[in-house]
Design a protein around this ligand. Structure first.
Ligand code: 4NP
Length: 147
């Protein structure tokens, strides 16, 4: 069992995967007094709302993520979040590289460890359904291991 803590969900653009992960995690972690947020490694989409396909699949599952806005991960995050959950191995590598210059206790882990949640951006709606299911499994895995 792990202690509950603040969670940052991270993907590349912060418009497809991590906004869903933020929404799902907020939804299933209500009994814990924690902050949940999301960010991207890249700066491509700063200030944008999530991809319509992400908004739709979340909506289908009763979660509204339409008000979220993309931002880029920053140094402060390494001191504000106990857990940084990433979607794929490239995110894992990038976040660890950014963190390596700082003394921080944030734990970086694949959300659906040991599996990756692949980038659905260039795919179709089906890809977003698969991504949603993997994100949900990953979020459940974390919450089930918290006390
Ligand atoms: P995300 O998906 O990392 O899940 O937000 C992507 C969104 C945009 C791009 C790549 C991935 N892009 O290359 O613009």
């Amino acid at each position: 069992m792990y202690k509950a803590g603040n969670v940052l969900m991270v993907c590349l653009g912060n418009i497809c995967r991590s906004p869903i992960a933020q929404g799902v995690f907020e939804n299933i972690s209500k009994k814990f007094d924690i902050n949940v947020d999301s960010a991207g490694v890249a700066n491509y989409h700063i200030g944008y709302h999530p991809d319509k396909r992400s908004i739709n699949i979340a909506q289908k599952n009763g979660i509204d993520i339409s008000m979220q806005k993309a931002r880029q991960i920053s140094v402060n995050d390494f001191f504000s979040f106990d857990y940084i959950f990433v979607m794929d191995k490239q995110n894992f590598y990038d976040v660890n590289k950014l963190m390596s210059r700082y003394k921080t206790n944030s734990l970086v882990q694949l959300l659906n460890d040991p599996f990756e949640i692949e980038d659905p951006y260039y795919g179709d709606e089906k890809g977003f359904e698969i991504v949603y299911d993997k994100i949900y499994q990953g979020c459940k895995r974390v919450v089930n291991n918290w006390k």
